[in-house]
Design a protein around this ligand. Structure first.
Ligand SMILES: C[S@@+](CC[C@H](N)C(=O)[O-])C[C@H]1O[C@@H](n2cnc3c(N)ncnc32)[C@H](O)[C@@H]1O
Length: 387
């Protein structure tokens, strides 16, 4: 079986979560380098990792890694890679690039050199004058860091990163990416024996991702990937990865997830998304102003939320009021753990407690912190209790 090197690409701050996911999938040797998590694999692992990874943005096939101080060196070493093994005679290939702290700093020039080298190699291999580029998609990335070039092909799909699960038919304002929401749940160490609550659920991303995690439903079961069009990644590999993922689904889990929002429209959208994801049975949605919640619905819950932040989403006075209320209602209850993602620096002051842990993350381009306020460990499973 062909040995290959794959790399999971994640948002800044989520590398450890993705590494843990890879370990859980059986990739013991995953190693992080400059934000990418590399792992040794076989071709059948392209479907397996794409279908199962919840928190990574995409999976790259690493074609080669080498030092490049000049364009000639970049051209020659790129040309030497086995492109014909992967890219078909009619393959459509585009080249993206980035360069950090390197002599070859002009990204457009690096992209064009790599494109030329790949074209030359393929034209020679296929004995043609030009490549028609009418077939499957191959998005090549040339990424240069401190003069070391990593050349890879995107197995996921350039336009549709792994965050696209296929269930979000509609969104509310400032939705979290599904990959980020899944990571927030994973970082909270929530398990299906605990109640999970998002009181500002918007389009429902956190609640839906938690339900998928709770029922062990692989996030990529209902979408397609660029490498599905690659001959080497055989149809049978996709089929068996899907069969294996489906076998692991646990529909009998007794999961209790609550999700509310002040906006009735948001609740309507969140419900539709949950139906689309097939997890509406285990999430109770309701419209509620968080400022009017005076006590938690039960003991021992886990609150994970993404309150409004930034000018677009509301007045800072209102936002601070929400933070104070969360601290008063849930922060003071020793049995609840509270997890809040926000860019507002005064969160701890308003919440009324210093976070037990704070993790620096990026939500898109926005620098945010994930504040973690731990509660006591529960002694037994919680009971249900409605508002
Ligand atoms: C940043 S968005 C949450 C996005 C959500 N995580 C998602 O993925 O779609 C913040 C949400 O807080 C809600 N919100 C604002 N003020 C609220 C309040 N007082 N009570 C409850 N929800 C509120 C907004 O309606 C909005 O949906």
């Amino acid at each position: 079986m062909d040995k290959i090197k794959l790399a999971a690409v994640s948002a800044f701050g989520l590398e450890a979560v993705v590494k843990r996911e890879l370990r859980d999938l059986g990739y013991e040797n995953a190693a992080t380098e400059n934000g990418w998590i590399y792992f040794d694999a076989e071709i059948k692992d392209i479907p397996k990792s794409n279908i199962n990874l919840r928190c990574a943005d995409r999976v790259m096939l690493v074609m080669g890694q080498f030092e490049a101080y000049s364009f000639e060196e970049l051209f020659d070493k790129t040309y030497d890679l086995p492109w014909e093994k992967w890219i078909t005679r009619d393959g459509r290939f585009t080249v993206k690039g980035k360069s950090v702290k390197s002599k070859l700093h002009s990204t457009p020039d690096c992209q064009s050199i790599v494109k030329k080298a790949v074209s030359k190699k393929l034209c020679e291999e296929y004995d043609v004058d030009w490549m028609p580029e009418t077939g499957a998609e191959f998005t090549i990335l040339v990424s240069i860091h401190k003069d070391v070039a990593t050349i890879s092909i995107d197995t996921t799909g350039a336009r549709e990163g792994l965050f696209k699960r296929g269930y979000k038919t509609k969104s509310t304002e400032a939705p979290l990416k599904e990959t980020m929401a899944a990571a927030l749940v994973k970082l909270s160490f929530w398990n299906k024996n605990r109640v999970l609550y998002d009181p500002m659920c918007g389009s429902g991303t956190i609640a839906i991702e938690a339900a998928l995690i709770g029922m062990n439903i692989a996030p990529g079961l209902n979408r397609t990937f660029a490498s599905q069009g690659w001959p080497l990644v055989k149809e049978e590999y996709w089929k068996s990865a899907k069969i294996e993922a489906r076998r692991k689904i646990d529909l009998n889990s007794h999961i209790k997830i609550y999700a509310s929002d002040i906006s009735k429209k948001a609740i309507h959208i969140a419900k539709e998304n949950a139906i689309e994801a097939g997890v509406d049975d285990c999430i109770e949605f309701f419209a509620k102003d968080v400022l009017k919640i005076n006590e938690p619905m039960c003991p021992n819950g886990i609150l994970i939320t993404n309150p409004p932040y930034g000018e677009r989403m509301g007045d800072i006075g209102e936002i601070k009021k929400i933070h104070r209320k969360l601290g008063h209602t849930f922060g003071k209850d020793k049995t609840w753990s509270v997890y809040i993602i926000t860019s507002v620096g005064s969160l701890e002051r308003d919440f009324g407690r210093k976070a037990d842990r704070k993790r620096k993350l990026f939500n898109g381009d926005v620098r945010v912190d994930y504040y973690q306020f731990f509660g006591e460990k529960p002694k037994k499973t919680t009971d249900n209790f409605n508002f």
